[in-house]
Structure formats: C-alpha cells, structure tokens
Design a binder for this molecule. Structure first.
Ligand SMILES: [Zn+2]
Length: 140
C-alpha cells in the first residue's frame, strides 16, 4: 500500500491509500478520484520528499571550507565510514531498491548505492530525492 498526498485544482489537500504506484493513474484515468472537499476530479499527487539518506550526512558537507582540504577529506572519510556502518550497500538495481524502501512505509532501512543520472531523474519525478555524497578513498 502506498499513501499519497493529493491536491485538487482548488488546492485542497488530503491523503489517500492506493494498492500500488500505478493504481492512482488507473483510477484517475477512469475519473474515479475526486477531491473529498469539493469533488473536483482534477487531483494530482503531491508526494513529500522522503529521506532515503540520513540528513546528518548531508549536513556534514556544509562544514567544508576551501582553506581546510585536509579536514574536508577527513570529514568525507568519516562520512563514508558513517554510511558504510549505518547503511546497507545495494550493489545492483539500486533505483529499484530505493523504490522498494520508499514505498514500503514499514521499512526503516537506510540504503546506499550508485545510480545513473537518468535513474536519479526518474526517481526525482516520482518524488524520491536522493542525496549525493562525494565518495573518497579510505587511505591516501
Ligand atoms: Zn477540492
């Protein structure tokens, strides 16, 4: 089951459950979705951006200054260690795995992996924002 935040043309917002990501489109094309407030059939999804990656990891990038490349690198190494310790590495089909985790509300899993720019764009269109982090070598 997927919960979508929906918004009608009159900016009424409400939530609704669907059995999968395609059901919304199916129902909408049959004009079976309407605003619970004004019965408008012009209803769009407005999904909130999920947290696929821990926001802490994102913040650590903000402490970067050009004057301090050594610490910068150390920060990135620590960031990498943090991610490796707390996140599950997904080697294949990362984009699909992200969807799995995102649409399964019970899952609290943190995952990381690589996407192509294209996959990242597709996920973004679905309302899934990924956080990219620079990946540094552990040594050197
Ligand atoms: Zn409405």
């Amino acid at each position: 089951m997927i919960k979508y935040n929906l918004k009608c043309e009159n900016k009424h917002e409400f939530e609704s459950w669907f059995s999968d990501s395609k059901e919304f489109d199916r129902l909408k094309s049959k004009k079976l979705i309407e605003c619970i407030f004004c019965q408008s059939k012009k209803v769009e999804k407005s999904i909130m951006a999920p947290r696929v990656v821990n926001p802490k990891a994102k913040n650590s990038q903000k402490h970067v200054s050009n004057l301090d490349m050594k610490n910068f690198k150390k920060d990135l190494q620590n960031l990498r260690k943090f991610v490796e310790k707390n996140f599950e590495y997904v080697e294949k089909n990362f984009a699909n795995k992200v969807r799995e985790v995102y649409y399964d509300k019970k899952s609290k899993k943190n995952i990381y992996g690589k996407t192509t720019d294209e996959e990242k764009e597709q996920l973004k269109e679905e309302g899934i924002d990924l956080v990219s982090i620079p990946w540094v070598e552990k040594d050197n």
